[in-house]
Design a binder for this molecule. Sequence first.
Ligand SMILES: Nc1nc2c(ncn2[C@@H]2O[C@H](COP(=O)(O)OP(=O)(O)OP(=O)(O)O)[C@@H](O)[C@H]2O)c(=O)[nH]1
Ligand SMILES: *[C@@H]1O[C@H](CO)[C@@H](O)[C@H](O)[C@H]1NC(C)=O
Ligand SMILES: [Mg+2]
Length: 250
Amino acid sequence: MASRKGSHQSRGNGDKYSVLLPTYNERENLPLIVWLLVKYFGESGYNYEIIVIDDGSPDGTLEVAEQLQKIYGEDKILLRPRAKKLGLGTAYIHGIKHATGNYVFIMDADLSHHVISNLFEFIRNREGGYDLVSGTRYRGDGGVYGWDLRRKLISRGANYVTQVLLRPGASDLTGSFRLYKKEVLESLVERCVSKGYVFQMEMIVRARQGNYTIGEVPISFVDRVYGESKLGGNEIVSFLKGLLTLFATT
Ligand SMILES: Nc1nc2c(ncn2[C@@H]2O[C@H](COP(=O)(O)OP(=O)(O)OP(=O)(O)O)[C@@H](O)[C@H]2O)c(=O)[nH]1
Ligand SMILES: *[C@@H]1O[C@H](CO)[C@@H](O)[C@H](O)[C@H]1NC(C)=O
Ligand SMILES: [Mg+2]
């Protein structure tokens, strides 16, 4: 890892990182992930902003985000809420419109990703010239913790079927911890048709089609401690439908 000397100084030659945090009922998780991000970026000297896209969470996530904005500043914490739950895919699209960075991180707000141990690796890969850097649970030290067998099988199975059908050239297709060049993200999002869980996968498939270079960083994924999981039978059915649509149209 590169030296951390010279922290608190501007770094990255004018580069700016926008972190998109979509939230739905993440009141308990948001303060910690924001604190971790502020701490990391503050110490490393990279310019950054955190964009919280809350979809009218009934648990009061937005009020918590407003408090965080008061603490860390309006230039660091941007709030771009929507009135109701409109889905993860469109939350990203909404967030990108307001991003002023030339690089964009997307990650879950539920602390499932070990953000700090990995951020630097993402940035290092990015600086190595990749158009997008994707966190992978299926290579190197990557892994999944806290999931029951059923969920592990679903995730592995979905990944395997997609590998066989679409040969996307990345080991983890449904992962949600990624770093994009902003213009790459914009052009991929424009071409994506799917919503929900297929969205992340389609992004990688389209990246491959567009001949973008993809770097990979092994990540650990831990199950959320706070809040409820939303993965049910419906998601699995719609995932399979989306996968087949993607297979048929690419
Ligand atoms: N703005 C917005 N955020 C959402 C929506 N659905 C999920 N999210 C957020 O997107 C991230 C990923 O969603 P999760 O529910 O954690 O999905 P998951 O990790 O596959 O499943 P669990 O962690 O088991 O619930 C989290 O930060 C959620 O709060 C939505 O419709 N709108
Ligand atoms: C990607 O590369 C392949 C092989 O070099 C080429 O045939 C194809 O046209 C390229 N696609 C795009 C979108 O540039
Ligand atoms: Mg999660």
